[in-house]
Write a protein that binds this ligand. Structure first.
Ligand SMILES: [Zn+2]
Length: 148
């Protein structure tokens, strides 16, 4: 089934992807990066899922259209795009997936057995003011990864 694309309730761009039906619906804006789903229905005061969020996420969350919207965390084989606090301001960071050197893998045990050979390098993330900027870089990397 194809996603429906609508105008975003937050940034008003026609970039809001709506997937699923009423019981399990996800709305993700690829312009401003905010996302919401059925489980985030309600307000910050009444919603149980909201209470489980970390401090930064709680700060960044926005109530709109009867839902709580939070900034997306996009995990991909090439890395992770996620919101980050820079001196009290929300920015976006893209942290690349890097190979863990053989001798250091013992420090990265995989709960499912063995050790990880790759990790998201959050110390060397690249910062963006806008989600869409980070997303276009991610798309470039995905294209490169496919052609390799
Ligand atoms: Zn938006």
């Amino acid at each position: 089934m194809k996603d429906l694309i609508s105008n975003c309730f937050l940034c008003e761009e026609k970039a809001l992807h709506i997937a699923g039906t009423e019981e399990a619906q996800v709305m993700q804006c690829i312009n401003c990066g905010y996302v919401t789903s059925t489980k985030y229905t309600g307000t910050k005061e009444t919603n149980e899922e909201f209470k489980k969020l970390g401090k930064d996420m709680k700060n960044w969350a926005i109530e709109e259209n009867g839902k709580i919207w939070i900034p997306s965390v996009i995990a991909l084989p090439v890395g992770m795009l996620y919101p980050i606090d820079v001196k009290g301001e929300m920015k976006w960071s893209f942290a690349p997936m890097v190979e863990i050197p053989e001798e250091k893998r013992k420090d990265f045990p995989n709960p499912q057995g063995g050790f990880y050979d790759k990790k998201v390098d959050t110390d060397n993330g690249k910062l963006y003011d806008k989600f869409i900027q980070g997303m276009s870089e991610v798309n470039e990397l995905l294209k490169q990864a496919q052609s390799e």
